[in-house]
Design a protein around this ligand. Structure first.
Ligand code: ARG
Length: 461
C-alpha cells in the first residue's frame, strides 16, 4: 500500500514516469525544518480544539522532535516514492509515532496551505540573509569611500566625460541603490508576514482550529484574511524574485563599471590577485571574472523572475499543481546571490584606485565648461547666453588644442565681455567640485555628510 497521502480511491500506484514528474523532494527538502515547525503548531491547535488528548499531543511533539533530529543528522531522508517534503515527513512521523497517532496530524490541513506557509517562512529567513549580504557590499563601498575622501573621478553621462565628481560620491551612489533594495526586502517582509496555515485545500477548516495561534507560533504577524487567496497567491514569491533581480541589476551596474575601469584604456583600478583570474593560454592576463559573473548572474535572476510570472499568469484560483514550479527559481536567485555577495564585497574592498590618473583625466574633455557657464550666471549673465559663451570657449580651446584654463585674456574677452580673467578661479577640478555644495552635491563636506547618513542607515538595519 502506497504511503501516498491520497491512496484510498486509487487501485494502483502512480506510473514511474508520473512519480518522476511529480517529485519535488530534490528541491523542497530544504523546507523540512519549517514543515516540522508547522506540524508542531498544528498539533497544538488540534489539541486546543479537543482533537488530540494531552497525552497524544505530548507523544506527537516527542515524535516530531525525534524526526527533526533525524532530518538534521541525515538519518531520515526522502525516498523516490515520497512525492514531496510534506509526504516524506508524514511517513517519518508515522514511523516514529505509529499509524494511529501519526495519522491524526493530517486533520484540518492540506499540503496546499502547508506549502504556501512553509515557502513564506523559508523566504522570510532568506530575505534576512540577502539583506545582510547586501549590507556587506555597502560596507565595502563605504570603506573605499572613506579611504578616498578627496579623490576626484571624471564623472560621466552617456559614458562621456561630463563633470568632475568625488570618487567617494560615486561609490556612495551605488550604496544608495543597494540600501533601497534592503528596505524593499523589509517592506516585502511586512506583506509576507501572513500565515496561510488553516486555509486547508482552499476553503478553510471545519474542525475549529485557530489559524491565528499557528501564525503566532510560526513567527507571522497574522493569519491570512482569505483562505482561497492564502493557498492560491504567490505574489509574495514574485515580489521577492523582483527585489532579488533588482539587486542583481544594481550589482551588475557596479560590475560593469569595474570591468571598464579595469581596462588598459581606462586604467582607473587594479584588481587584487585574490579576486581576479588568469588565462589558460595568455600568461599576461588578469581577468575581472567576479564582475563578469555578477553581470552574467543578474541575467539569470531576471530570468527567474520572468519565469515565475509566466507560471502564475494563466492560473485560475485556487491551488494548481503548476505552483510547484514556484520554488526553484526563487531558491536559485537566493543561492546565486549568496555566492556573489562575499566575492563582490571582497573585490570592491580590495580595489586599488589610481587616484593620480583619475585626477589627471578629470578635466579632460572640457568638463569644466559648466563651471564657466555657472560663473557667468553668478555675474548676472542669463544662462542661455552663458551656455553659449562657455560652448564657444570649448570650441576655441579645442581648435587650438589647449585646455579651458589656457585660453588667453583676449580670447576670453572676445567670446564675451563678461569673461574676465577671474573666471580662471573656477577652472580647477578642485574648485569645481567644491562649488557644488548643496545637499546631495559632490563638494567634499556634502559627500562626508552623505557617507555619515548612509552609515547610520546601515547601522539601523
Ligand atoms: N508539492 C506541492 C507544491 O510544491 C504541494 C503539494 C500540493 N499538491 C497537491 N496535489 N495538492 O506546490
Amino acid at each position: 500500500p502506497g504511503i501516498a497521502l491520497w491512496g484510498g480511491r486509487f487501485s494502483s500506484g502512480p506510473a514511474e514516469a508520473m512519480a518522476a514528474l511529480s517529485a519535488s523532494t530534490h528541491f523542497d527538502w530544504r523546507l523540512a525544518p519549517y514543515d516540522i515547525a508547522g506540524s508542531r503548531a498544528h498539533a497544538r491547535v488540534l489539541h486546543q480544539a479537543g482533537l488530540l488528548t494531552g497525552e497524544e499531543l505530548a507523544g506527537m511533539l516527542a515524535a516530531l522532535d525525534e524526526l527533526a533530529a533525524d532530518v538534521q543528522s541525515g538519518a531520515f531522508t526522502p525516498t523516490v516514492a515520497d512525492e514531496d517534503v510534506h509526504t516524506a515527513l508524514e511517513r517519518g512521523l508515522i514511523d516514529r509515532a505509529g499509524p494511529e497517532l501519526g495519522g491524526k496530524l493530517r486533520a484540518g490541513r492540506s499540503r496546499n496551505d502547508q506549502v504556501a506557509t512553509l515557502f513564506r517562512m523559508w523566504l522570510r529567513d532568506a530575505g534576512k540573509r540577502v539583506a545582510a549580504g547586501t549590507l556587506d557590499v555597502v560596507d565595502a563601498l563605504v570603506a573605499q569611500a572613506r579611504r578616498h575622501p578627496d579623490a576626484i573621478l571624471p564623472g560621466r553621462t552617456h559614458l562621456q566625460h561630463a563633470q568632475p565628481v568625488l570618487l567617494a560620491h560615486h561609490l556612495l551612489a551605488h550604496g544608495q541603490s543597494l540600501l533601497r533594495d534592503v528596505s524593499r526586502l523589509r517592506d516585502w517582509d511586512a506583506r509576507t508576514a501572513e500565515s496561510p496555515y488553516g486555509s486547508g485545500a482552499l476553503a478553510g477548516s471545519s474542525l475549529g482550529l485557530d489559524p491565528e495561534a499557528v501564525a503566532a507560533e510560526l513567527g507571522f504577524a497574522a493569519s491570512v484574511e482569505n483562505s482561497i487567496d492564502g493557498t492560491a497567491s504567490r505574489d509574495f514569491a514574485a515580489e521577492f524574485a523582483f527585489v532579488l533581480a533588482m539587486l542583481g541589476v544594481h550589482l551588475s551596474r557596479i560590475a560593469e563599471e569595474v570591468i571598464i575601469w579595469n581596462t588598459a584604456e581606462f586604467g582607473y583600478v587594479t584588481l587584487d590577485d585574490a579576486w581576479a583570474t588568469g588565462s589558460s593560454i595568455m600568461p599576461q592576463k588578469k581577468n575581472p571574472d567576479v564582475a563578469e559573473l555578477t553581470r552574467g548572474k543578474s541575467g539569470r535572476l531576471i530570468g527567474n523572475l520572468t519565469g515565475l510570472l509566466a507560471t502564475l499568469k494563466g492560473m485560475p484560483l485556487a491551488y494548481n499543481r503548476d505552483l510547484q514550479e514556484d520554488k526553484e527559481p526563487v531558491f536559485d536567485s537566493v543561492e546565486q546571490l549568496e555566492l556573489l555577495f562575499p566575492a563582490i564585497a571582497g573585490m570592491i574592498g580590495t580595489l586599488t584606485f589610481h587616484t593620480g590618473r583619475l585626477a589627471e583625466l578629470a578635466p579632460a574633455g572640457f568638463t569644466l565648461a559648466t563651471d564657466i557657464a555657472e560663473w557667468l550666471v553668478r555675474q548676472g549673465v542669463p544662462f542661455r547666453l552663458a551656455h553659449e559663451a562657455a560652448g564657444e570657449c570649448v570650441r576655441v580651446a579645442e581648435a587650438r588644442g589647449v585646455g579651458l584654463d589656457e585660453l588667453t585674456d583676449e580670447e576670453l574677452a572676445k567670446i564675451s565681455p563678461a569673461l574676465t580673467p577671474r573666471v580662471r578661479d573656477v577652472l580647477t577640478v578642485e574648485g569645481s567640485v567644491a562649488s557644488r555644495d548643496a545637499r546631495g552635491g559632490t563638494a567634499p563636506a556634502r559627500v562626508a555628510e552623505q557617507l555619515d547618513r548612509l552609515v547610520a542607515r546601515v547601522a539601523d538595519h
